[in-house]
Design a protein around this ligand. Sequence first.
Ligand code: TXA
Ligand code: MG
Length: 307
Amino acid sequence: MRIVGAAPESIAEAGQLIASGELVIIPTETVYGLACDAMNEAAVQEVFKAKGRPLNNPLIVHIAELEQLNLVAEDTPMDALQLAQRFWPGPLTLVLKKSLKIPSITTAGLETVAVRMPDHPVALDIIRAAGTPVAAPSANLFTELSPTRVSHLNADISHSVALVVDGGSCAVGIESTVIDLTRNPFALLRRGAITMSDLEAVGVDVVEPSRAQRTGAPGQFPKHYAPRTPVVLVERLTKEMPGLVLTGTAEIGQLKMPEAPGEYQAILYQSLFELDQLGLAAIYVECPPEQERWAAVLDRLRRASHS
Ligand code: TXA
Ligand code: MG
């Protein structure tokens, strides 16, 4: 494994490696991705293996141009095109009817495929250089925190790839919003930086499926995105509690988090990662308010604190 910066030669090399069936870790605006050719069964299999991910949890396919959508999905509804126009490149993943060209291992045997266009110049250039849609789950081990910078990559994952492309820290900081457009009504499968109101604002209504409706949908694990240290959500941190402060001032052992959700979200994983290195008995987190603008952060904190 080699770590390289995002120079043009490195981007070209990353694209060639992906095209020849190798695994490469790439930056995106959300989190780092463990990338391979989405059309190459053997490479996709290696991605599942490297992550320790169950084969029933499908991958997101990343594209660099809207024209590539035809390779990935079929019967793309008007709403999908409208959402793509408005939010791509960006942290919105659309679940659509799968094209026959995508091997079934990529979608874990489902008839649907998750697709997005990442808003990161390096990711887009690498996909273009590869000349193929790129499957990329977050570059973490199954259930662990997603890396938002190269120094947070797990050593086992890094060693399973041919190349790591360092694009600095990820601006969005949590994984993309996932919505399923093959269901009626459209279903919100994962919260992210693009909120339900953002979608409503362009006339697309999505509903959050109940727990019962969700059984059968992949990737619905209550514990996910978690550091190794137990995370405990509290109303307020006392002086003695190491962890993340939202409204007060930080004492020694505490990190002061930004009070704007977007800024909080951008450094959430990196902050949990830092505290996770300290061998604490618990990481205490001041619970953000129950408001829609905090919904994605609350979702990740609840999953991180689920024991
Ligand atoms: O921001 C992101 O989405 C990052 C970056 C690297 O793009 N990727 C990412 O991938 O978070 P991953 O594999 O860690 O999460 C993909 C999620 C999983 O919850 C998976 O179950 C869901 O998308 N998913 C993938 N294909 C699906 C499908 N056909 N139907 C329903 N859910 C699907
Ligand atoms: Mg993931």
